[in-house]
Design a protein around this ligand. Structure first.
Ligand code: BTN
Length: 253
């Protein structure tokens, strides 16, 4: 990462060939004293993890499979805000590097023409109600071709190369993302979530759209209305009731 312009993120970079998951490696590095900003990158993951126990398809040399060590001393319940911040940084950096129309589906899936191109997984460890550390896992499907996807994923997943029609420099994208993330993270630490929330709302493909989500007590359908201060999604149901969704996944209708 010769052109990296960040001050903290990526000052230490660990690059691997094939790993099970960069998340697992990053957790182990923290246990042996890794500092904030340490980055783990791998060419391939054999057991890439997605949100909600799902697998993340990470073929060799085709994507950015990366984990970042963060040590924000903020309350544990601020985690969703960090997730949304990551999505904003990712969306802005992809917009800068590739000329594609991309938007954020709550909370942090990046979609191009309705198909997922990137995902974020935050894993944390807390202490005394404060976060001790967070591992931000970033997966970007950069140069995969349709053939690189198993049949079952082809209708729901895409890559930057497929959508832009060109091979994208992974190095440039990582550098652009880290700089974007560092700037937003500094803004967040200084001014709190309010400015991040505005940026997220402007990039969202979720707000004002009909959505559906399943909860332990059944399906909720309604119009996604806004983000609240904690990062929860407020949905207005057909009967006019306002319901907040704090976690999980939504389906755009
Ligand atoms: C999701 O959308 O479900 C989140 C996907 C996160 C994938 C990234 S790839 C790098 C890091 N290592 C992992 O095992 N997962 C994350």
């Amino acid at each position: 990462l010769a052109g990296l312009q960040t001050k903290v993120l990526g000052q230490k970079v660990h690059v691997y060939g094939s790993v099970d998951s960069t998340q697992t490696i990053a957790h182990a590095l923290v246990a042996s004293g890794a500092q904030e900003g340490t980055i783990v990158l791998a060419e391939e993951q054999t057991a890439g993890r997605g949100r909600m126990g799902r697998a993340w398809h990470s073929p060799s040399g085709k994507g950015i499979w990366m984990s970042i060590v963060l040590t924000p001393r903020v309350p544990v319940y601020f985690m969703p805000q960090l997730t949304l911040l990551s999505a904003v940084a990712l969306c802005r950096s992809i917009q800068k590097v590739c000329q594609v129309e991309i938007g954020i589906k709550w909370p942090n899936d990046l979609l191009i023409k309705g198909k997922k191109v990137s995902g974020i997984l935050l894993e944390s460890s807390g202490e005394d109600e404060r976060l001790k550390y967070v591992i931000a896992g970033i997966g970007i499907s950069v140069n995969l071709t349709t053939e690189d996807y198993p049949e079952a994923l082809r209708s729901i997943a895409t890559s930057l190369a497929i959508e832009s029609g060109q091979v994208i420099s992974r190095e440039l994208l990582v550098q652009t993302f880290l700089l974007e993330f560092e700037d937003l993270y500094a803004l967040y630490m200084d001014k709190g979530f309010a400015p991040i929330r505005l940026l997220w709302e402007a990039l969202s493909v979720t707000l004002k759209r009909p959505i559906r989500t399943s909860t332990p007590s059944g399906f909720i359908e309604g119009i996604a209305d806004s983000l609240d201060d904690s990062g929860a999604l407020t949905v207005i149901t057909p009967s006019g009731e306002k319901i907040k969704i704090y976690s999980g996944d939504i389906e755009l209708k």
